[in-house]
Design a protein around this ligand. Structure first.
Ligand code: NAP
Length: 245
């Protein structure tokens, strides 16, 4: 029987590339989006093109909303039975700013989405998963760089994801559930434009040790490996997928 992965934020970017890779590997996909129905439909079409017909469902879910998150997990179980992997991916940045200029509403939105939202998703994953399954949290190299002058709220929110990964791996290890994280660097997605700086990719890609920005598909490969049984003895690990940044 095909395994099932649940991915938050699968309508675009890293989440979409991850959904398509899992579909190509024969998995069922349950993914969420928050507002972009058109992109979600496109991800569904891409998954169906490379996978098995009927292998994908999408659901609108704001990770900041507990009821939405619970319903997302329930819809995956209703459609596919058990859940075998969770990719805790949905996340945002806000426009570039120093901390001195950040207003509280912006900081609340970033922390509610990237920390509270990710913790809610991880909590539901801990309730839903069974022995032999895995969670991958999507952090960022911002967690270790600090993102001065850009968004240190975002960097701090990703530091919380690294800590979540370490703690939850220890809680769930005895149950046979692995928990790891990836820390992407500069990856070619919409997130930079959402933060008001689409040119960030062209500026920062060439100064990475590998000399370029990464593709979402390159992050998806690491996520797939960490969820798969090929990583059966890996837990509590944080894998940088950052071109050396
Ligand atoms: P993206 O292209 O902007 O896509 C963001 C995804 O998250 C979309 O599917 C979006 O849904 C969803 N989303 C946003 N707010 C949400 C909410 N409140 N509830 C549920 N879903 C929500 O971003 P990305 O670059 O792929 O980023 C994915 C993850 O990688 C994030 O956690 C990000 O912090 C991390 N990351 C990215 C980079 C990079 O350079 N791209 C680097 C390091 C880490 P809609 O389509 O409906 O808006």
């Amino acid at each position: 029987m095909a395994k099932t992965v649940l991915i938050t934020g699968g309508s675009r970017g890293i989440g979409r590339a991850t959904a398509v890779l899992f579909a190509a590997k024969g998995w069922n996909i349950a993914f969420s989006f928050v507002g972009n129905q058109e992109s979600a439909d496109e991800t569904c079409a891409m998954c169906e093109r490379v996978g098995v017909t009927g292998n994908v469902i999408s659901r609108k879910c704001d990770v900041r909303n507990e009821e939405d998150v619970i319903a997302l997990f329930q819809s995956a179980r209703d459609r596919f039975g058990s859940i075998d992997g969770v990719v805790n991916n949905a996340g945002i940045v806000a426009p570039q700013s120093t901390l001195a200029d950040m207003d509280i509403e912006r900081m609340k939105t970033v922390f509610d989405t990237n920390v509270l939202g990710a913790y809610l998703v991880a909590r539901e994953a801990a309730r839903a998963l069974h022995s032999g399954t895995a969670i991958v949290n999507v952090s960022s190299v911002a967690a270790k760089l600090g993102s001065p002058g850009e968004y240190i709220d975002y960097a701090g929110s990703k530091g919380a994801i690294d800590t979540l990964t370490k703690g939850l791996a220890k809680e769930l290890g005895p149950m046979g559930i692995r928990v790891n994280a990836v820390r992407p660097g500069i990856i070619e997605t919409d997130i930079h434009a959402s933060g008001g700086r689409p040119e960030r990719i062209a500026e920062l890609g060439p100064v990475c040790p590998l000399g370029r920005a990464g593709e979402p598909e390159e992050v998806a490969q690491s996520i797939f490996w960490l969820i798969s049984n090929d990583a059966s003895y890996v837990t509590g690990s944080i894998v940088d997928v950052s071109g050396g940044r």
